[in-house]
Write a protein that binds this ligand. Structure first.
Ligand code: 4AD
Ligand code: MG
Length: 440
């Protein structure tokens, strides 16, 4: 390749704007088909994949021979002319004029992930490489879109982003799922399970806020919906109640799905997602009380009794005849965290809501109205055996201008799994942390 003769380097996602031009693409060899006098290296560059055509008679002998025997995932820079080719994946092809190999993957240590089937443990052990595969790549690009759309929704609806700490001195969601950390001088801290308590403080300062970050749960659940480290977005609003957060949660979901459908068509296609299922998700969502949900579940054969929380199978059963999420509210207080406001007419139920997604994706949003009365909150902390000293700052929010307020948390990975139609949540984050998976 001649360095004196610069050619425009472009991203594969932009090839459509350069048809007929000679361009340069820097990437990796994704796949290779070959005949005697021609070969077809498929090159990926992170933004897409393009099929290149290398014809023996048009190239220096050495270039053709190098390309013809190139090993999978070798890094290379190719130059050539772009052509529209309706039969090619993506719609374009590049006629190779020259090529430079940056690093050749040695023959005796080939790239471990081949087009043949691999077991999930093997793929997870090679997650750092697996991310290059088409489906994984697509899922993480959908994740990126989901995160962007979530921020866009809150930013354009008057919410201020105020991120909350990860090292925390107290539990938010109950003490049984805390990861302990040794802080300096033997003080014990915990990795946060939810930024909510701090979100309540920032809501009293800014009115409408959200925090967006990683949270940690020491849950011994080995299900397709659970990670021990996941990302949660948590809006919190002062002067708001249960109905307000239902409206916001519904609007948020509709807005994010709209963006994913609009901007990630190619990725959804690579994932073989049935997009009609996502297109069906419109407001208004279904609504029912916990009481009604229990009756519905029992009628469908569930063993559930009033007073217990739903398991994965209950959530799936509850939505298997629905085309859009259902908002289930007013759960028994005793299955919920200490901070839930009780219903005025029925103190045994909490003013909380779960959004349960269709197609078996389960709870994607959980939230509710918080206790704003000081005495009641103190009583609840004691009932839950939580140390009131650690919550003194939180109690200040009830001492100084307490108002009804509400918020929720949406788990990014559950949401992305639903968007992508993925069987398991582990493919929605680059490096998942689960009960039995902490590497790579
Ligand atoms: O329902 P959760 O536990 O609610 C809270 O933590 C509240 N403090 C949030 C708030 O009101 N600000 O969790 C919220 C969401 C769930 O609906 C689910 O989407 C996700 O977080 N989630 C998980 N995602 C992946 N792995 C896990 N182990 C999860 N646990 C909860
Ligand atoms: Mg929940």
């Amino acid at each position: 390749m001649n360095p004196e003769n610069p050619v425009l380097r472009i991203a594969i996602s932009d090839v459509g704007r350069h048809v007929g031009e000679s361009v340069e693409i820097a990437g990796w060899l994704y796949n290779l088909r070959r005949g005697g006098k021609i070969c077809f290296p498929q090159v990926r560059d992170g933004s897409g994949v393009i099929q290149c055509v290398a014809v023996k008679s048009n190239l220096p002998e050495e270039t053709f021979e190098t390309l013809k025997d190139l090993t999978q995932e070798s890094s290379l820079i190719v130059r050539g002319k772009l052509r529209a080719e309706p039969r090619a994946h993506g719609g374009y092809e590049l006629d190779v004029e020259s090529a430079q190999i940056v690093q050749r993957v040695p023959e005796d240590m080939p790239y471990p992930i081949t087009p043949k089937e691999h077991g999930i443990d093997f793929l997870m052990d090679h997650r750092h490489l697996w991310l290059r595969s088409r489906r994984q790549h697509a899922a993480l690009r959908v994740r990126h879109e989901v995160i962007k759309a979530i921020r866009e929704y809150f930013d354009s609806n008057g919410f201020i982003l105020v991120d909350t700490p990860i090292f925390t001195p107290a539990a938010c969601e109950g003490t049984s799922t805390l990861f302990e950390v040794n802080y300096f001088d033997e003080e014990k801290l915990y990795l946060t399970q939810s930024g909510q308590l701090y979100g309540e403080a920032t809501a009293m300062a800014f009115g409408k806020v959200y925090n967006f970050g990683p949270v940690f749960r020491a849950e011994r659940s080995k299900t397709r919906r659970h990670l021990t480290e996941f990302w949660m977005v948590e809006p919190e609003m002062a002067y708001a109640d249960l109905e307000d957060i239902k409206r916001v949660g519904e609007e948020l979901i509709v807005a994010v799905i709209g963006r994913v459908l609009e901007n990630r068509k190619e990725e959804l296609k690579d994932l073989e997602r049935d997009v009609s299922k996502l297109e069906a998700v419109r407001a208004p969502f279904h609504r029912m009380s916990y009481d009604e949900a229990v009756v519905k579940l029992q009628a469908k054969g569930s063993e559930i009794q009033w007073g217990t929380d739903f398991g994965n199978t209950d959530e799936t059963l509850l939505t298997d005849d629905l085309d859009r999420p259902v908002m289930v509210d007013r759960y028994p207080s005793r299955v919920k965290a200490f901070y839930f406001q009780p219903a005025a007419d029925r103190p045994e139920v909490a003013m909380g809501v779960d959004f349960i997604a269709p197609e078996g994706y389960g709870e994607v949003i959980g939230g509710g109205q918080r206790i704003h009365d000081m005495d009641l909150l103190l009583r609840r902390l004691k009932e839950h055996n939580l140390p009131t000293e650690a919550f003194d700052w939180y109690l200040d929010l009830r001492r100084y201008g307490s108002v009804p307020h509400a918020g929720f948390g949406m788990g990014v990975e559950r949401f992305v799994a639903w968007m992508c139609g993925l069987e398991h949540i582990r493919e929605t984050i680059a490096f998942p942390r689960m009960l039995y998976r902490t590497r790579p």
